[in-house]
Design a protein around this ligand. Structure first.
Ligand SMILES: *Cc1c(COP(=O)(O)O)cnc(C)c1O
Length: 598
């Protein structure tokens, strides 16, 4: 459940200022003289100067139309909320001046059929607790009554919603629920809101980021065997403290700069831009040491492991990219390194196995099950259970039990942090129109999205691997094919059969060949904050060749998926589009050569 927030019944100028800073979607002012929260002689300037995107909303009860129209003009209201017996024609008469929210008091006797005449008269409905005083009772109505509401029109939910409503709100899954309206339950005295409580409420119910319990909306959590609990708990208790420590930040950023080679350039790709009729910027993670974004995370996690007093590092790897990034930082810091890898993958990815060995890692072959990534993950888990004190497990994407998805996204967020600065320098505006990134587990995408997530003007596009086609049976298009379930320690969306067996994914790019996505992606998908699309093997390889021949940059096939989606977008010219070039294509030369007969 994610909805917009409306804070209603404001009247104190300083309290209004503090509420605006919280960036609610709507801020309501009561123009009904009989209300305890009537704005009375509040200076219209206070309301007029509230900037968008906060929509100032006037609340009226059976008021003369002319008075409402004058208030809209005088206070520059963006919306009106009508709380009396206003007719559909009355609503229509205001629809050119402001958004119209028509409120109804709900109780067991309410006839939902009576809403029909308002369907094309109001922009939204607002369902409040039925009272004689036109709302503001502080009481909730039974939300079960909304099962009788059959229309498509989105609605505001109001009436007695307070700090303790968070859990029950999260259980609502109604796509028509547009906004939550809060009022008296967040007040110290009528008309004066407790900003601290509102902040907490907003962070818990409305956020795209993780909450205290490790959830992103319906997704996340820590679904782990009991034996792993102490290890994960130690991490959960310490990760934010350690990461936010000034000394940690200093060391992390020094290594990113001098060892990884950051900041990675933001490159305006002129010939791609000409082809697509937009400004195409490539965020060059391919230029990092070891050739991809994965090193950002392994550097962060090894510094964290050191501060937790760990002497030994384990990791699992499929294609070997994460194994190499992990073995690299272990060599850098002189820590013992054990990499679990499926027996089949060891044969398929011989060059990466050689790199890991040369870096001093022990590569352990997982010989059970399908002898691939899933089995390597099981072996790594078993190792961690047996070595809880001295070992840290480095997970390579925004997957796994809480706090891994959050921790990995924080380490990768340097991608969007730099992008914002670089865009500002190069274009004078740090807000791109679009950002695109490929999604395996989703760590480069999360890093690319991170600092843009709360800025809804920036469109986020996540590109999954369609393999041979989404309906071919050989695909890794998780959001298209998947259902909600638990994978690798967290609740997310994953490809599974009707009885919950994980479906073997397929993609030409090993890094995208994963049957799930991280829980934050599942949340961004479900809330539609980000758009999830998919690209076939063929489309990605063609896009890889195109980028190579237009820009002289051979991208990893993973990254080529993100580039391929540009072909399907239409631009009017002038849009700024950032594509995360997550890695370089050296590792993929065999695949490219075979495909193009080079
Ligand atoms: C591993 C990898 C990916 C996929 O992982 P995410 O966690 O989804 O970012 C993408 N690109 C490259 C180059 C990779 O090595």
């Amino acid at each position: 459940m994610i909805a917009k927030l409306k804070i209603c019944g404001m009247k104190d100028p300083l309290n209004i200022r503090d509420a605006v800073a919280l960036k609610p979607d709507y801020l309501g002012f009561i123009f009904y003289p009989a209300s305890k929260r009537f704005i009375a002689d509040l200076d219209p300037v206070v309301i007029r100067q509230i900037p968008l995107p906060v929509k100032t909303t006037g609340v009226f009860v059976n008021e003369e139309l002319d008075v409402v129209k004058k208030a809209i003009a005088d206070y520059q209201l963006k919306a009106v909320q009508l709380h009396g017996q206003e007719s559909p024609d009355y609503c229509r008469a205001l629809s050119n001046d402001a958004e119209v929210i028509k409120a109804f008091g709900i109780d067991a006797a309410f006839n939902f059929a009576s809403l029909k005449p308002y369907e094309d008269a109001a922009d939204y409905f607002l369902f409040d607790t039925q009272t004689a005083e036109h709302g503001g009772s502080g009481k909730t109505f039974s939300w079960q009554l909304l099962e009788q509401y059959k229309m498509d029109k989105p609605y505001f939910l109001s009436g007695g919603i307070g700090p303790e409503s968070v859990a029950s709100l999260k259980q609502l899954s109604d796509h028509r629920l547009y906004a939550i309206d809060v009022n008296s339950r967040f007040e110290t005295v009528p008309g004066f809101k407790n900003i601290e409580e509102l902040t907490k409420f907003k962070n818990h119910t409305m956020s795209y980021f993780v909450n205290e319990k490790g959830y992103y909306g319906d997704f996340g959590g820590a679904y782990i065997p009991e034996m792993l609990y102490p290890n994960v708990e130690e991490l959960r208790e310490n990760y934010l403290k350690i990461i936010n420590d000034a000394d940690f930040q200093k060391e992390f950023h020094a290594l990113l700069k001098d060892y990884v080679g950051r900041p990675s350039p933001l490159y305006l790709a002129k010939r791609l831009s000409a082809r697509y009729n937009a400004n195409i910027f490539l965020k060059r993670e391919d230029l990092n040491h070891t050739g991809a974004h994965k090193i950002n995370n392994t550097i962060g996690q090894i510094l964290l492991a050191e501060r937790l007093g760990k002497k030994r590092i384990i990791a699992e790897t499929g294609a070997g990219q994460h194994g190499v990034a992990t073995a690299t930082v272990c060599a850098l810091r002189g820590l013992e390194c054990v990499i679990y890898m499926g027996e089949i993958d060891i044969h398929r990815q011989a060059p990466n196995v050689a790199r890991m060995k040369m870096l001093g890692a022990t590569v352990v072959s997982a010989v059970s099950g399908s002898k691939t990534l899933k089995d390597a993950t099981n072996e790594a888990m078993r190792d961690w259970i047996n070595n809880p004190v001295d070992t840290h497990y480095i997970i390579g994407s925004v997957v796994g039990p809480h706090p891994y998805p959050d921790m990995v996204s924080i380490f990768q967020s340097v991608i969007s942090e730099e992008t914002k600065k670089q865009l500002l320098e190069q274009t004078g505006n740090d807000q791109p129109d679009y950002v695109l990134a490929c999604v395996g587990g989703g760590s480069n995408a999360m890093g690319m999205f991170y600092h843009f997530i709360d800025d809804e003007k920036v469109k986020l596009v996540a590109v999954e691997a369609a393999g041979k086609g989404v309906s071919s049976g050989f695909s890794a298009a998780t959001t298209y094919l998947g259902k909600e379930g638990v994978l690798h320690g967290s609740r997310s969306i994953l490809m599974q059969t009707a009885d919950g067996q994980v479906v073997e994914p397929h993609s030409v790019s090993a890094g995208l060949d994963y049957p799930g996505i991280g829980p934050q992606h599942a949340h961004l998908f479900k809330t539609t904050r980000a758009e999830y699309v998919s690209i076939t093997d063929d489309e990605s390889l063609q896009a890889g060749l195109l980028c190579t021949q237009l820009e002289g940059i051979i991208p990893a096939i993973e990254s080529a998926h993100a580039l391929a989606h540009l072909e399907k977008m239409t631009f009017t010219g002038g849009e700024n589009v950032v594509v995360c070039l997550s890695g370089r294509g050296d590792k993929d030369m065999d695949t490219y050569m075979k495909y193009f007969g080079l």
